[in-house]
Design a protein around this ligand. Structure first.
Ligand SMILES: C[S@@+](CC[C@H](N)C(=O)[O-])C[C@H]1O[C@@H](n2cnc3c(N)ncnc32)[C@H](O)[C@@H]1O
Length: 280
């Protein structure tokens, strides 16, 4: 049984990086004014309360969205993200945090289709309650890594697929590569956005090497670290691997990542990586 609950970690530095990249990618596709298919293979519950007992336990959001909330001078990509989170906190103080399903549905338009997969029944119940009357959205209580394959290639021929597992099972580092290869085989022009944590750097090297050896082209990596690598600490960094990224993304992240590393790095130890893992 899955034990991971995103509510304990919501709004932390990992959500900041993930959701900034997601907004940048979706905004780029939206600018083309053609219908898009968006798939979130690990959707979570969609909506989170930061004053809940779970979010308050470690208050991870304080070194995430909380550290950006009151800042006046933000790089434009970060400001875009904070402004979107503010739409869910109209009263003023930071109380609510939208997950990737609500973020995507806010960015995308009436002509787009959105598919959300979530395995945990309790999370699915909350997720469904977020989107009662939104006809664009279909929610499945099933395995997104396995079942999203059936949606590809989408009729729109334009698609963004977010893959955001918790990596609570160690085999997930291999499972995501296997799934990505299968999805890419069905829909080679899709834009795939894969989140990963850095807990044990060896696993990340293996993940990156497996993707480089997969034959998939045009892969970029964007990583944000708040502490030096330390196997005994937990998550010290995380990243987004993007297959077929918008051509504008790398320049955006060159502005955003140094600022995030300086702002969220603990005791000046923040760092970042921007790499072309596979050429076009
Ligand atoms: C990191 S959270 C998702 C957070 C969400 N994407 C966001 O950014 O707001 C991972 C979620 O995936 C769910 N999950 C785990 N394995 C899954 C699978 N194979 N298919 C669908 N959901 C899965 C977990 O229950 C958990 O809610």
């Amino acid at each position: 049984m899955l034990s991971y609950q995103h509510l304990y970690h919501v709004g932390n530095f990992a959500d900041v990086l993930k959701h900034i990249v997601l907004i940048k990618v979706l905004t780029y596709f939206k600018s083309k004014q053609k219908p898009l298919c968006f798939i979130d293979t690990h959707a979570g519950s969609g909506a989170y309360r930061l004053h809940s007992m779970e979010a308050q336990k470690n208050q991870e959001f304080l070194n995430g969205i909380g550290a950006l909330w009151q800042q006046i001078r933000l790089p434009s990509g970060v400001a875009e993200y904070v402004d979107l989170i503010k739409q869910f906190n109209q009263d003023g103080p930071l109380r609510a945090y939208p997950g990737s399903p609500l973020i995507a549905s806010s960015v995308l338009t009436a002509s787009d289709r959105l598919f959300y997969y979530e395995l945990h029944p309790a999370e699915v119940t909350i997720l469904r309650s977020c989107f009662n009357k939104d006809k664009r959205i279909k929610i499945f209580n099933s395995d997104g890594l396995r079942d999203s394959l059936g949606l590809l290639p989408p009729i729109e021929r334009r698609g963004v697929i977010l893959i955001d597992p918790s990596y609570e099972i160690k085999t997930e580092y291999q499972d995501v590569v296997t799934a990505l290869i299968a999805l890419h085989k069905r829909f080679a022009t899709g834009c795939y956005v894969l989140w990963y944590p850095v807990v044990d750097r060896l696993r990340n090297r293996q993940l990156e090497r497996a993707l480089q050896n997969s034959g998939i082209k045009n892969i970029q990596l964007f990583e944000l670290g708040i502490l030096p690598d330390d196997q005994d600490f937990g998550m010290t960094a995380c990243g987004m691997i993007v297959v077929n990224p918008p051509w504008t993304l790398i320049a955006d992240m060159q502005q955003i990542l140094p600022w995030l590393a300086a702002t969220l790095g603990v005791g000046g130890q923040g760092k970042y990586r921007i790499e072309q893992l596979a050429d076009e």
